[in-house]
Design a protein around this ligand. Structure first.
Ligand code: SF4
Ligand SMILES: [Zn+2]
Ligand SMILES: [Zn+2]
Length: 336
């Protein structure tokens, strides 16, 4: 805001005299760092209770702790996720939080962010695990991108695929493998409100209600053999997460992945941002709509297990005989 004398006026927090760091357009409130933190923490704690109903003593029969695996990346969202989890339930003696980061093999992007993820876990006193695409039997993502034109020439299904189409499939396998390795009871992901709204919009424009209905959280309808996913940040806008991560001094990587350009999500990001600026609250509206669609869907398909099979090669859960990850692994071998 500009004052009459031409100087900049910093807005004050709507709840205290401190300077505001963020304006919540949809609520009309200005928030300082401390009140932004308490506002986010309250919403995350509420959502965590709704998604993860833990008994008073969540330990297993053998006395081992209930294990939450947090998939982190060195980025702001998963940093806020992990720090909030530790802050909200980290002191419980019956619950253990473990963090893990996938190394996709992207030069200039992954190594600095992986080190920041490790630092965050260390700062919070949380066990930290990593797994790379090479360790999983794929190639580094930089090499996958180099081979994409060859794979597209060899395989019709690979035509028009973007780097994120491969990376998303490999990463999903990777975090499942890490969660299985640490015996996780549940997996926490750092998806924020903008991510959710973008996914809902992308699925709707493809006419894919099923995919939207299958978005996390999964605790109400767990899939056998998979640690159910929870998304405690799903109501928190990206901008608030970013402002909080900066105010709280969390170690986060600010760079973007060099392979992200051209991804469908980038388009959707712009559309959601436009929608929100025209009608503040649009992102919340999209997510509320999904929750209602989910209830209706469950009422119509009470026993819906939507064709869940196990990949005949790797055993992962899939809707086809050979899962997408194993199929892509074949393409990579063929393109070597
Ligand atoms: S932007 Fe795409 S290629 Fe880059 S890390 Fe994310 S999913 Fe992988
Ligand atoms: Zn304040
Ligand atoms: Zn497979």
């Amino acid at each position: 805001m500009v004052a009459a004398n031409g100087g900049l006026v910093i807005e004050t927090c709507s709840r205290c005299p401190k300077p505001s760091v963020l304006f919540q357009e949809y609520s009309g409130q200005h928030l300082c760092g401390k009140h932004l933190f308490s506002s986010i923490r309250r919403r995350v704690a509420k959502e965590l209770r709704a998604q993860l109903e833990l008994p008073k003593d969540a330990r297993h029969q053998d006395g081992s702790s209930y294990r939450i695996f947090a998939a982190i990346s060195g980025g702001k969202d998963s940093a806020v996720l992990l720090s909030m989890l530790v802050d909200i339930i980290g002191k419980r003696r019956d619950v253990e939080i473990i963090a893990g980061c996938i190394d996709e093999g992207i030069d200039g992007y992954r190594s600095p962010s992986l080190e920041l993820a490790r630092q965050l876990a260390n700062d919070l006193g949380v066990q930290f695990e990593t797994l790379s695409y090479e360790e999983m039997g794929y190639e580094r993502m930089d090499e996958v991108v180099r081979r994409m034109p060859i794979m597209a020439k060899n395989q019709d299904e690979a035509k028009g695929m973007m780097p994120c189409s491969y990376c998303g499939v490999f990463r999903r396998q990777g975090i499942n493998a890490l969660a299985a390795k640490v015996n996780a009871d549940v997996m926490a992901l750092g998806h924020n409100l903008d991510d959710m709204a973008q996914s809902i919009l992308m699925n709707l424009q493809k006419g894919d209600i099923e995919r939207s209905v299958r978005l996390a959280p999964h605790t109400a309808i767990p899939i056998d053999g998979l640690a159910p996913r929870i998304v405690p940040l799903r109501w928190i806008p990206e901008q608030e997460i970013h402002a909080h991560a900066v105010c709280a001094g969390l170690p986060i990587h600010h760079g973007d992945c060099p392979h992200a350009a051209g991804a469908m999500r980038q388009l959707s990001r712009g559309i959601v941002a436009n929608l929100e600026s025209i009608t503040p609250g649009a992102r919340h509206g999209l997510l509320h709509s999904l929750d209602q669609i989910r209830v209706l869907h469950r009422a119509v398909h009470p026993n819906n297990s939507s064709e869940i099979l196990n990949c005949e090669r790797c055993g992962e859960i899939t809707s086809r005989k050979v899962c997408q990850a194993c199929t892509m692994k074949d393409w990579l071998i063929e393109s070597a």
